[in-house]
Design a protein around this ligand. Sequence first.
Ligand SMILES: [Zn+2]
Ligand SMILES: [Zn+2]
Length: 245
Amino acid sequence: MAACRTCGEPLDEGVEVCPVCGTKVAEKPDGVAEQSDGVAEQSDGAAKNGFRTRDEWLAKNTQSAGIELGYSKKFDTPEFQAALKASNRTYTRIQLGVLFGGPLLVALAGSLIGNAGAGIIIGASIAVFVVAIPVVAFFLIKRNTAKSWDGEVTDLTRRSSEHSSDTYYITCRTDEGKRRKVNDYGRSMYDYLQIGDRVRFHPRLNVALEKYDKTHDSYLLCPFCGKRQDLENDDCDVCGKPLLK
Ligand SMILES: [Zn+2]
Ligand SMILES: [Zn+2]
């Protein structure tokens, strides 16, 4: 697939202008000769805009979107902390729902079948697991992730599975020299990060790794729902929560 010379955007067949940066796509089918003098020749594309490389273009874009080098100062603002608290509260509610709703439903199902006694016994035994699993998981997760750390991405691995969706592993080395693995159950962070990126781990965020240098990115990642966001956005247009920028 062809890619835009200016911003690197993959281009569909027959597209005349890059949808991202507006650079005119060369009409010549043989791209080699075109590439050598492409920038100088562009009258209304990259040369006019003053961007010669994707990097330059991205740097200018993040700058105009107000994205600075370094970890976002927004994390400590009352607005962000309130959003964080609210999202963690939802998580607790879901857990409580599973905790009490699960056994109740099982018991109810048993009584509907017509054998309330069996239903209650099955319900009670399943309840032990339904209650135990989230409780244990909750404390394990909490213990393992309670601390924030700074480090560097050292490995990105995708593990395919026949029976469930793929899992994405992000391995980091903290500044203290410890190895940390962060699972990405979607693939937001996996796609967003590159080996060598400096990152900060925020234990209470769904997208837990914040990039130190966001000044050459073409999008932001919502730390709450993991959806890609335009650089200009201050809040996520999917979940409405504040972005780290
Ligand atoms: Zn482009
Ligand atoms: Zn979001």
